[in-house]
Write a protein that binds this ligand. Sequence first.
Ligand code: ACK
Length: 218
Amino acid sequence: GPLEETSLPLFYGWFLLPSVRERVKCTAMDFLKTLDTLEEFKSHMADFTGKAEKEVDLEQYFDAKTALHCTTKFCDYGKANGAKEYAQNSAVIKSYGSVSELSLTALFITPRTVGARVSLTEEQLQLWPADGEKEAESAVPEAASLPAGSRAHVTLGCAEGVESVQTGVDLLQILALQQPEEAKEMELGSLRYFGEGRWMLDLKEPIRALACFSSFYG
Ligand code: ACK
C-alpha cells in the first residue's frame, strides 16, 4: 500500500553519538592544520589550487559536515537498487537502534573530500550491503574486487560544489592504488601521498567512536 512505499529512508547508517562527534571533528581539524604546514604537502599544493605558488587554507577549503555518520545503504526513499531487500534484511531489523563502536583507522583527503576510513567488525559487516562496493564500479573499476566494507567511511567535509557521495568513491580510489612505500611518520600515524592530491594518514591509535545504527529521512 502507499504507506509501505513511503516508509523507506534516504539512507541507513551508523550515526556518531553527539559526545564523540566533537572529538572526531577536532582530530580532523588538527589533521588539516598539520597537513597545511608540511613541506611535503606544500610541494604538491598545485593539486589543490592548480597553481604552484598559490597557498591553500584547508580549513576553509572544505565545508565541514555536522551530523557525522557512516552510510551503510543509500536507499533514496526506496528508489535505489536493493533498498527494499536491505530494509527487510533480518540483521538490519534486529540491529536497528542499537549502539556499537566504530573504529576509525585512517583519515584521508583529496581535492574533493576529507573523510575517515571505518574498519568494520564481522558483526558490523552483517549490515553492509552486498553491492556496497560494486555500486561505485563506474567511477572506480577496481571497486568490485576490493573487500566488502572497503567503502565504509565518515564524510568530514566536501569542497565547494562536491556531493558527499564522492567521499566513498575517493576512498575506494585510494585503496585501489598501490600503497606507496614512502611514508612520513607523524605523531598521529603514517602519512602517505597517492598522487593527484590524495593523502592518507593511517592512525597509530584508531579513533573509537560510539554510533547508533539507524536511518535518516531528511
Ligand atoms: O557521506 P555519505 O556516505 O555520502 O553520506 C551521504 C548520504 O548518502 C546522504 O546523501 C550518501 N550517498 C548519496 N548518494 C549515494 C549513492 N548513490 N551511493 C552511496 N551513498 C550515497 C552520501
